[in-house]
Design a protein around this ligand. Structure first.
Ligand code: FRU
Length: 522
């Protein structure tokens, strides 16, 4: 394994080579976390979409596996691509795919058919049609068999949406215990609607309900997934969270893709968003991440309700195929553990990094505190390319001059010609990531920007930033994880310095912990 190339993420998953996008089938089964993903076997741009595969025991160390589903007809004449979907364990063998006591894993995905064709099932599909299909595995996810005698299992969107057959995708299938049925949620991308279907056997599906359009509709709706979470840790007060991709039309200040969520109720057929989860303006939303590089997030299945993990694609369709990495393109964000908490009377998604840090985090990191830091900078030496920062400071201020901003500059060169600034804007009460001078920013005209997440300090006036720096990314978890920002950066090899910066005044009660993170690829 050679994960030493410039910009190669050291503790994020990236494929050895070639293009990757959405996580497609996140499944925990028999002690193994499976990560399937949109993958091009041929190059590091989008195409020939197949399902790549990686496995992990701890969500931290990954083993890349053989391709799970290779585009049909690849490489000469691709007649079917395997777009984003999901995977379940069919414990009761409702599908009948199980044999000799082997429990089938079933994947549901979008079949994208470049040319019109008559399929082995006898079904006729049109040019560029998108339909929902299934495949199964009897060897715990290593090899997969497509259900050719029946696919696609949901061929076209129902009336009156029949004309949306080119934009009907991303099935997220799960078992709904109360109604004892399989449920799948899919997107009619162009018209901002989600369709929910139910089934007894994963093969025959009936339309149950639709959802949308609501909240942000600036681009296509993609990659929906819904799952229950206990509100305020109360297992008898389950809410349902719907996570949804939007491209373009992400959070304010970003260009390209973004991820929104709704909190509500799901009764087995219909998802109803809570009134306080909906906004009148169709550009506003509950943003899951306020940075530019968190998309197509999906939920792990097979975990207990109190351990809910999502993985997002750490890239953006705006410039994803132009990022200066080779021979691969794209990494996954740190897996995030999700919970739901009432904040300001509203059920709010909290996110915490979920890697098995014990094995890769140095124990003898830096720990410092300051009663106050006057306007200016504090040099923090050279923490390098891969490290964690825990930064706390007060939003209040007894000194005469309240600062405009307090920030940590990471991945900075000696001369500060390169730096990525992560901090807090006191007047506007928002966390920011400024990557305008982060290194190579020229491959896309929108890349050099500043991103903001609204943030309310704790009742005691504390601002808490938990930051993860890797060779080509920063991820910020603000407060209890109610505000996150994820951004790629492409700094030079000598951008290994860090400093604190108090701008326009004195920042009080500052505490800092830094620990280096070692590579998971060695
Ligand atoms: C989202 C997406 C999905 C689609 C997949 C194709 O990133 O556009 O809607 O299934 O990528 O690779």
């Amino acid at each position: 394994l050679d994960y030493t190339e410039p910009y190669r993420p050291q503790y994020h998953f990236s494929p050895r080579k070639n293009w990757m996008n959405d996580p497609s089938g996140l499944l925990y089964h028999n002690g193994i976390y499976h990560l399937f993903f949109q993958y091009n076997p041929a190059s590091n741009e989008w195409g020939n979409m197949s399902w790549g595969h990686a496995t992990s025991k701890d969500l931290t160390h990954w083993d890349e596996q053989p391709i799970a589903l290779r585009a049909r007809g690849y490489p000469q004449n691709v007649t079917e691509m395997y777009f984003t979907g999901s995977a379940v364990v069919d414990v009761n063998n409702t599908s009948g795919f199980g044999r000799d006591g082997k429990i089938p894993l079933v994947a549901m995905y979008t079949s994208y058919y470049p040319p019109a064709q008559k399929l082995p099932s006898g079904k006729q599909v049109r040019t560029e049609q998108q339909s929902q299909s299934i495949a199964y595995s009897l060897d715990d996810g290593v090899t997969w068999t497509t259900y050719d005698v029946g696919n696609p299992v949901i061929q076209s969107p129902p009336a009156p949406y029949g004309n949306q057959y080119k934009n009907f995708r991303d099935p997220y299938v799960f078992w709904h215990d109360k109604s004892h049925k399989w449920v799948v949620i899919t997107a009619l991308a162009e018209i901002h609607k989600l369709l929910i279907f139910t089934s007894d056997d994963l093969k025959d599906w009936s339309l149950a309900s639709e959802f949308g359009p609501y909240n942000a509709v600036g681009g296509v709706w993609e990659c929906p997934n819904i799952f229950p979470l206990a509100l305020d840790g109360n297992q008898s007060a389950l809410k349902w969270v719907l996570v949804l991709g939007l491209n373009p039309g992400g959070p304010p200040g970003t260009v390209g893709s973004g991820t929104q969520y709704f909190v509500g109720e799901f009764n087995g057929t219909t998802f109803t968003a809570d009134p306080d989860s909906l906004f009148a303006k169709n550009t506003t939303s509950n943003w899951m991440d306020w940075g530019p590089d968190f998309y197509a997030a999906a939920a792990y299945q097979g975990l207990s309700i109190d351990k809910h993990v999502q993985v997002g694609w750490m890239n953006n369709w705006q410039y994803g195929q132009k990022i200066p990495t080779s021979p691969w393109r794209s990494a996954m964000a740190i897996p995030r553990r999700l919970s739901l908490k009432t904040i300001g009377q509203k059920a709010t998604l909290l996110q915490q990094p979920q890697e098995d840090w014990g094995s890769i985090m140095s124990r003898n990191g830096v720990s410092r505190s300051w009663k106050s830091i006057p306007e200016g900078t504090v040099n923090l030496g050279t923490p390098g390319e891969t490290f964690e920062v825990q930064l706390n400071f007060s939003d209040r201020n007894a000194a005469a001059s309240k600062p405009a901003e307090f920030a940590i500059a990471v991945r900075a060169t000696n001369s500060t010609t390169q730096q990525t600034r992560i901090g807090y804007d006191f007047a506007q009460k928002r966390i920011f990531v400024d990557r305008t001078k982060s290194g190579n920013v020229t491959f896309d005209s929108t890349f050099a920007s500043v991103y903001h997440a609204p943030f309310t300090p704790s009742a005691g006036g504390n601002v808490s930033l938990h930051i993860f720096v890797d060779r080509s990314s920063v991820e910020v978890f603000g407060g209890q994880g109610e505000a996150t920002l994820t951004a790629q950066i492409f700094p030079g090899k000598n951008a290994i310095n860090a400093r604190l910066q108090s701008t326009g005044g004195t920042t009080e009660n500052v505490s800092l912990k830094m620990a280096s993170i070692s590579s998971v690829w060695t």
